[in-house]
Design a protein around this ligand. Structure first.
Ligand code: PLP
Length: 405
């Protein structure tokens, strides 16, 4: 278990949009300007509501959830998670293999702190959800980025992934469904990743927080279900699927063959008990939430809010000259490509800053997701159709005139 001495390394890790873009947005907001925020995956901010039945359940259970729980979490929550794992074919998960967390975020950091010694490497996607790179770095490790390829609908490039394995590589992180691309990986790609992990004896980390937010009739395959002979750490939670990001409710399961990882598991147990436990009122919602998934499904089919917003943003972006985009299949993110030659763009952060200043639209530039070229940005399509339409009209106007200095 390691080690906090390298936290200064985080200075060069992108975490969403710190720095000049956020400073400018805050300045504008303080001056009373209305900024259209397309940068945060926080459903409540855009008027999505936690299902009423869950709010009531939590309120009624508050008098019973006033104390600490077991550091792994409430037994009722862990039993429900075990049931969910069985449903998804995630093998060999008992109640002691589960850890609830204050969001998946806490568990990403905890799982890396327990794993890495200085200089250990972890394969992380680019583009990534930047907390993964930040957590690897904070734990003293090195995030080595494998490319997800836009030309093949943002699938992980397996050749690139395997070419980046070294004697220091400990693990592969897979974010599926993906933030920021919205891609859902088919079984064959996941089998390819498992084969690489098998060949090089690596642990798999499967961030599957969006697995209940898949559209177009696609099925999500849990990575762990394909790897009973390896250790897979699967992460999931209620922030997005049950529109309760502020409740801070996530979990992590150790699945598959754990026999060779006793030291790592001891480390995780220690770290887990050092934070005593995760928020107990929020944990009390895991069982009822996993039993009630209809409200999520309604958002994701034609006529549903997320589905219609996805179609709106996709169709309007495609119509902007100089912008191309793949249609997302899950979650609520889209990652359009900019024709950098046409607009003379060499710095994507500057592009996002200019868009903010000129059109009052806040997006995250691709480098915020450790993307390798200055030619992408992420839009969160949680705002209502009217707002997204307005945003796209302003972007069309912006790109009509934009040329980077
Ligand atoms: N993983 C991914 C891929 C995410 O996009 C997010 C949040 O946006 C998280 C994890 C963290 O979620 P939480 O800490 O709310 O459970």
């Amino acid at each position: 278990m390691r080690n906090f001495e390298k936290s200064h390394k985080l200075d060069h890790v992108c975490y969403d949009i710190r720095g000049p873009i956020m400073e400018e947005a805050n300045r504008m907001i303080r001056n009373g300007e209305e900024v259209l925020k397309l940068n945060i995956g926080n459903p409540a901010y855009f008027g999505f509501k936690t299902p009423e039945s869950l709010v009531r359940h939590m309120a009624e259970n508050l008098p019973l959830t006033e104390g600490y729980s077991d550091s792994h979490g409430l037994m009722s929550a862990r039993e429900a998670i075990c049931g969910y794992c069985r449903e998804k074919g995630i093998p060999n998960v008992g109640v002691d293999d589960i850890y609830t967390g204050n969001g998946v975020s806490e568990l990403i950091t905890l799982s890396m702190q327990g794993l890495l010694d200085n200089g250990d490497e972890v394969l992380v996607p680019t583009p990534d959800y930047p907390l993964w790179t930040a957590s690897v770095t904070l734990a003293g490790g090195l995030a080595v980025h494998y490319v997800c390829d836009e030309e093949s609908n943002w699938m992980p490039d397996l050749k690139d992934m395997e070419s980046k394995v070294t004697s220091r590589t400990k693990a592969i992180v897979v974010i599926n469904p993906n933030n920021p691309t919205g891609a859902v990986y088919p079984k064959e790609i996941l089998e390819g990743i498992v084969a690489i992990a098998r060949r090089h004896d690596l642990i798999l980390f499967a961030d599957e927080i969006y697995d209940r937010l898949v559209m177009d009739g696609l099925e999500h395959t849990a990575l762990a279900s394909l790897a009973p002979d390896l250790l897979t750490v699967s992460l999931n939670g209620l922030s997005k699927s049950h529109l309760m990001a502020g409740y801070r409710c996530g979990w992590m399961c150790l699945a598959g063959d754990k026999r060779r990882y006793k030291g790592y598991i001891e480390g995780i147990n220690l770290l887990s008990s050092m934070r005593l436990c995760s928020n107990v009122p929020a944990q009390s919602l895991i069982a009822p939430a996993l039993a009630e998934r209809e409200s999520t499904k309604e958002m994701l089919v034609p006529g549903g809010r997320v589905y219609e917003q996805r179609d709106c943003i996709y169709n309007m972006l495609r119509d902007i000259p100089g912008i191309t985009v793949k249609k997302p299949e899950a979650a609520f993110y889209i990652f359009p490509k900019i024709d950098t030659k046409r607009f003379g763009i060499h710095d994507d952060e500057l592009f996002a800053l200019d868009l903010l200043k000129q059109e009052k639209i806040l997006v995250t530039h691709g480098k915020g997701f450790h993307w390798i070229r200055p030619d992408h940005f992420r839009i969160v399509y949680l705002p209502a159709v009217a707002e997204l339409t307005e945003a796209c009209e302003r972007m069309r106007h912006f790109f009509e005139n934009y040329h980077q200095a």
